[in-house]
Design a protein around this ligand. Structure first.
Ligand code: SF4
Ligand code: SF4
Length: 264
């Protein structure tokens, strides 16, 4: 039987990722080679909609050469379980592929050299959503895709909020390891991770929603579809009103404002 085109594309992707992973495993491009045991490759579903990007491997990950197997991995598993997400559904990788001595923050030159691998992973997997975990990874992703910059203090304000730029959807989250040191914000972190499930599906009302019609007729900017209908539909005001059986006009946007230009 002749392989289908889709199957051929998938095989090519597997081959390219495996070539990339071989390069990562042998990499000696920065000083972190001195202190690492294993350079960690990404793991998971090559067709994933969600790509979780952590900062760098921890001690256990470095020893065993696997993603998220130490204490922060246990926290991640609980957060994913609570969100009803299986590790097999997602792709996980690191910004810096080798462990950082004493868990220090990554240096700018280490990020600049190592991020080339992440860029290739993003291009190959092409996930619907990039999910940077923690401040440094989010800062890198925001810079790369020209999102507004933010300070350390402002980081918690952008976690759990979907943003879109350059056709890239980014959903920053708190790194699970943060809960090992301070679990006072556990509830908000759990709530934000639960959104990963929301992002995995298109809104159930999409096929009969007037906004789909407006979009297909060129009367609605694609950003509304990306950010809400095929993104965080739970935050859509129309969706919330629909669920409460409340009247809402056809020209109401997902943020609740009325667009007078939209007329059927
Ligand atoms: S951190 Fe990245 S660039 Fe540095 S040695 Fe490891 S894989 Fe290579
Ligand atoms: S506009 Fe809102 S209710 Fe309509 S499909 Fe999009 S998310 Fe769902």
């Amino acid at each position: 039987m002749k392989p289908t085109k889709k199957f051929g594309v998938q095989i090519k992707k597997i081959m390219k990722i495996s070539e990339l992973n071989k390069k990562i495993k042998k990499c000696d491009k920065c000083g972190l080679i001195e202190t690492r045991i294993n350079a960690l490759c990404g793991e998971g579903n090559l067709k994933a909609k969600l790509m979780l990007i952590a900062q760098a491997p921890g001690e256990n990950e470095d020893k065993q050469g696997r993603m998220f197997i130490g204490p922060s991995g246990k926290v991640l598993d609980k957060l994913l379980e609570n969100a009803q997400i299986n590790r097999k559904e997602i792709y996980m990788t690191n910004l810096v592929k080798c462990t950082l001595p004493k868990n220090r923050k990554p240096k700018q030159d280490e990020i600049e050299i190592c991020c080339k691998y992440l860029e290739q992973e993003i291009a190959l997997i092409n996930p619907g959503f990039l999910v940077p975990l923690g401040f440094y990874v989010t800062k890198y992703i925001f810079e790369k895709y020209s999102f507004p910059q933010f300070s350390r203090k402002e980081f918690h304000e952008i976690t759990g909020k979907l943003v879109l730029n350059d056709n890239r959807k980014v959903f920053p989250l708190t790194h699970p390891a943060a809960l090992l040191y301070n679990d006072s914000f556990k509830d908000i972190v759990k709530k934000n991770y639960k959104k990963l499930k929301i992002l995995s599906f298109t809104c159930k009302w999409y096929n009969c929603c007037p906004l789909k019609w407006f979009y297909e007729k060129g009367k609605l900017d694609r950003k509304w579809i990306e950010l809400y209908c095929q993104g965080d539909w739970e935050s859509c005001v129309r969706f919330q009103m629909e669920e409460r059986y409340e009247y809402h006009p056809d020209n109401m946007l997902p943020d609740g404002t009325i667009d007078e230009k939209m007329r059927i």
